[in-house]
Design a protein around this ligand. Structure first.
Ligand SMILES: Cc1cc2nc3c(=O)[nH]c(=O)nc-3n(C[C@H](O)[C@H](O)[C@H](O)COP(=O)(O)OP(=O)(O)OC[C@H]3O[C@@H](n4cnc5c(N)ncnc54)[C@H](O)[C@@H]3O)c2cc1C
Length: 293
């Protein structure tokens, strides 16, 4: 199928983009990489009257270190750059390592960080990562800028805190804690497909091999990224090993509400989540440097 007719507006700055969104209200959609928007328009699942193309907006495409060891990333930064830029590998290794799981190279060449976050697919990797990395987002609207924490941004199925007249402009990642272990695990039917279940794990160890801090965030087991904070808190003080990890996996299940589909029942997704939790935590421990943070 072809998209329903729409008006095309090409903008050159954030101010112009915000102006256009405000002018057309809920009738307009931002066009970033087009890798999710164009297919849903072609299926006529979305029929925006206006597309506001932000591809020419240079001020949305940047990747910079922050003074405290973190990263600032413009919303129009292509997913390919997150995968390949050495600065991302150095300052957000979990993000760099996860990128090859996002779709296929051709899609990552075009798809953007901001587009994936604004689209808020519960099966997407980047929203899950943003929550796991404690990212915060700068939103630009007619009233100026506001910052929203990733954990408050994803409101449900394809729903975010973005207003109709707001643009996601920037993602800020805090400094990566020294010695922190990390891992991303997912199961997809074919590489590059949306995952049936995925989990991002982070873990700090004390000098005695006990967990000092942990983080477990899942994709595809709810309407939005699922931050299993209680399960992660339950790991603190425990010896980092299979027994504690299996207990965390069982505890994390309480926060999940997976829905079954033609490829996997809800019960199978729960099983996958348990298995992937233990795998991810085991891999994270191997990367952690005890007592470093
Ligand atoms: C075959 C295929 C397989 C895929 N597999 C995966 C996968 O495994 N994992 C995965 O995570 N993704 C997958 N994707 C999606 C891909 O990662 C997209 O790039 C991404 O979801 C959307 O990014 P985009 O820049 O293309 O955004 P677009 O498609 O241009 O926009 C998506 C939505 O976000 C809005 N938007 C975009 N940018 C902004 C902004 N700055 N401010 C406000 N709103 C904005 C748009 O209006 C639209 O509603 C797949 C896509 C395809 C076609």
């Amino acid at each position: 199928m072809k998209p329903a007719p729409f008006e095309y507006v090409r903008v050159g700055s954030v101010a112009e983009a915000v102006g256009a969104l405000a002018r057309y209200g809920g009738e307009a959609k931002v066009l970033a990489g087009g890798q999710s928007l164009v297919p849903v328009m072609s299926f006529r699942l979305a029929r925006p009257a206006v597309l506001v193309d932000v591809n020419p907006v240079a001020e949305l495409s940047f990747l910079e270190p922050t003074a405290d060891g973190g990263l600032r990333i413009g919303a129009m930064t292509r997913q390919r750059r997150l995968e390949r830029d050495p600065l991302v590998a150095a300052r957000a290794p979990l993000l760099a390592a996860t990128m090859p799981h996002v779709a296929h190279p051709q899609i990552r060449n075009r798809g953007t960080l901001g587009g994936s976050l604004a689209h808020a697919d519960p099966a997407a990797e980047l929203p899950c990562l943003a929550v796991a990395l404690d990212a915060r987002f700068r939103l630009e609207g007619p009233g100026g800028s506001r910052w929203v924490a990733a954990r408050d941004f994803f409101l449900g199925l394809f729903a975010t805190a973005l207003g109709e007249d707001e643009l996601l402009a920037e993602v800020e990642l805090p400094a990566w804690p020294a010695g922190s272990g990390w891992a991303f695990q997912e199961v997809a039917r074919r590489h590059g497909d949306y995952a049936q279940v995925g989990v991002a794990a982070r873990l700090d160890l004390d000098g005695g091999g006990r967990v000092r801090q942990a983080r477990l965030v899942y994709l595809s087991v709810g309407d939005a990224p699922v931050d299993a904070a209680r399960a992660a808190a339950g790991l603190v003080g425990e010896p980092a090993g299979r027994e504690a990890f299996a207990a965390a996996a069982r505890a994390a299940e309480e926060d999940m509400e997976p829905t079954g589909d033609i490829h996997a029942t809800a019960q199978f997704k729960r099983h996958l989540a348990r298995v992937l939790t233990v795998r991810a935590l085991t891999e994270a421990v191997a990367r952690a440097q005890p007592g470093a943070a």
